[in-house]
Design a binder for this molecule. Structure first.
Ligand code: HEM
Ligand code: FES
Length: 318
């Protein structure tokens, strides 16, 4: 058994190696292909002059509406996981978000290329002059960093907490998109109102569940400031190390050269489940655990941080 110096929160190269490559499943592929279908049909209809007397307006409306619907679908994923405990829904969130962004970009492109005939200056002047376009532009600007940082690589780069905070931008982006939709609607406001109610409802759900989690956290074991690091014993491998109280067990395992299985690294898929034999940990997210897991001291390595010296062991895969 080896006992060494405390291990600090992991560096990028050390942690990226723990990410497992998960093949895309048929239902996920089905969702992505279906998501691309309206755009494919729009391009086909445009090529064959089937877009009616006002093809530009038709293109703007189709892409705008699909972007809006996909944005609401993306926002619905986390609440649905919380309500149904269907963890695999997590894998639809990124494709839905990226599809929403794709349609938003197609929407803006139709505006600049066809509506304003590549005249950037005129397009910009219009955006500055019209309130509804300002909100549309704000929505796109807020969606951009989300699309860029949507990959697991960026979760590791920024650290899960910072990444999660950044991705809360999806709420202001959706609100800006709804206001844009509402302001341009003129007489027919039923659909914009429905989208607005959906976004507000989902936002409320998020606020309520966050405050519940905060209350739960109040009862969690606190960091022992005097210690700052704790001894982790991987019993089966006969390896013990001190790790920093901010380091997750997944990061620590990677630094010990133990390749634990992981996937979402967000506490929802359950791939990184391990057995806690002794000691205390805290977890920011634990949706990847079933009731049975919790009853038998199973924890998520991607979320667990030590609050005492601990002993852990891998769970044998069936
Ligand atoms: C710079 C950004 C944007 C520009 C310049 C823009 C421009 C436009 C324009 C010119 C229209 C048509 C207005 C009319 O017919 O009078 C429109 C409608 C619409 N836009 Fe945008 N938009 C932007 C961003 C967005 C974003 C990010 C979304 C959603 C995520 C969005 C969703 C919609 C919707 C839902 C409609 C109404 C479609 C319908 O009538 O069915 N837009 N936008
Ligand atoms: S890797 Fe998905 S819950 Fe830890």
């Amino acid at each position: 058994m080896s006992i060494t110096e405390p291990i600090q929160p992991a560096t990028l190269e050390q942690t990226v190696t723990t990410t497992s490559k998960r093949p895309i499943t048929f239902p996920e592929l089905f969702v992505v292909l279906n998501g691309c279908l309206p755009l494919a049909m729009l391009i086909y209809d445009a090529k064959h002059h089937h877009l009616g007397p006002n093809p530009i307006s038709n293109g703007l409306h189709t892409t705008g509406l699909v972007a809006m619907l996909l944005l609401v679908a993306t926002l619905s994923v986390s609440p649905l996981i919380k309500l149904t405990k269907w963890q695999h829904l997590f894998y639809y969130r990124r494709p839905l978000g990226l599809l929403a962004f794709l349609y938003a970009i197609a929407h803006v492109s139709i505006y600049v290329v066809y509506d304003r005939a590549w005249n950037y200056q005129e397009a910009w002047n219009e955006v500055v002059a019209r309130r509804y376009l300002q909100f549309g532009a704000l929505a796109v600007v807020l969606m951009l960093p989300l699309a860029i940082t949507s990959t697991p690589f960026w979760v590791w780069c920024l650290g899960f907490r910072r990444w999660k905070s950044l991705h809360r931008l999806v709420y202001p982006a959706s609100i800006a998109a709804v206001i844009h939709y509402f302001l341009q609607a003129r007489a027919e406001i039923k659909l914009p109102l429905a989208m607005g109610s959906a976004v507000i409802g989902l936002l409320l759900f998020r606020v309520l569940s966050a405050s519940r989690e905060l209350r739960k956290k109040g009862h969690a074991p606190k960091i022992d400031e005097a210690k700052g690091s704790y001894l982790v014993d991987f019993v089966d491998e006969g390896i013990s190390h001190y790790i920093h109280s901010d380091t997750t067990l997944l990061e620590a395992a990677s630094q010990f050269g133990l390749n634990l299985d992981s996937d979402c690294q967000a506490g929802v898929c359950g791939t990184c489940r391990i057995q806690l034999i002794k000691g205390e940990v805290i977890m920011d997210v634990e949706s990847g655990l079933s009731k049975d897991d919790k009853a038998t001291n199973v924890i998520l390595a991607c979320q667990a941080k030590c609050r005492s010296d601990i002993s852990i062991r891998r769970i044998d895969k069936p």
